[in-house]
Design a protein around this ligand. Sequence first.
Ligand SMILES: [Zn+2]
Length: 280
Amino acid sequence: MESATIVLTLFASMLGAAIGSFLNVVGWRVPRGESIFSPSSRCTSCGKAIEWFDNIPVISWVILKGKCRSCGAGFSFRYALVELVTALLFAGAMLRNGPDLLFVRDAVFISLLVCAVLTDLDHWIILDTVSIGGTIAGIAFSLVPGGIGLLTSTLTAASAFTLFLIIRIVSTIILKKKAISTTAPEGHEEEEDEFQGGMGWGDIKLAAMIGAFLGPTSTIVALFSAFVAGAVFGVIVLARGRDRSVPVPFGPFMALGAVLALFAGPVIWGLYWQTGKRSK
Ligand SMILES: [Zn+2]
C-alpha cells in the first residue's frame, strides 16, 4: 500500500472516530430535547464536565477502563464501540473511493446510518433530519462526479419508500385481524394505532434515504439483507426464550444491510445471479 493511502486511511479513521463520538452525543441528547453543542460532554452519573483529554474517541475509554475519572461510574462500552465502528467504516470508505467527493458521500451516509441505529435502539425513533434530510442529501450527492445520477437516486428513493409503505399497510391489516381475534386488553385500545414490532414511519423514511444513496441494485441487496438479518435475529431470540411481545426495532437491521450493500452490493448481487444460473 502506498504511504499516501495509509496516511489518508488513518486520517479517515480519526475523522470517523471523532464523528462517532459526536453521534453518541446526538443519539443521547436529541431524543431528550437537549442541545447538541452546550453544555460540553458530561458524566451522566455525577454531572462533572469531561475534559478534552478524557474525551478522545476509543483511546480515552481504554485508558480510563470505561469509567468516569471523577466518580468511577461505568461508561457503556457502546460509546467506544460506536466510535470504533464509525472509524473502521470511514477507513473503508477512503480505501474504496480515495480522497474525493464520493468519500464525503459515503462518510455522510455512514454517519446518518449510525445515528439512525442509536436513536432507534434507545428511543424507537429515527430523526427526520436523518431520514428525510438524509434522502435530500443522498439525492444531492447523486450529482457528484461518479455518483448514481439524479433520476436513479430519486426513483430508487421513491420505490423503496413505496415498497415499505405497502409492507406496512399489508402487515397492519394482518395484525389488526389478529388483534380482533385475541381482543385487546382493557385500557389499551389507544395503542392500537401504535405499530407493534413492524414497519414504522421511521423505517419507511429510512428506506427512502438508503435508496437515494445506493441506487437500485445495492438497495435491493440492502433491504433484502435487512430482512434476512432480522429473521435470523428473530429465530435466535425466540430460541433463547425471549419474550416475543417485546418489539425489536428494525432500523438497525436496515443500517446493517445498507453498510453491507455500500461495500459489497454489486458483488453480492453478482454472486446471487451466478448461483441462480448455476442451479438451473
Ligand atoms: Zn462521573
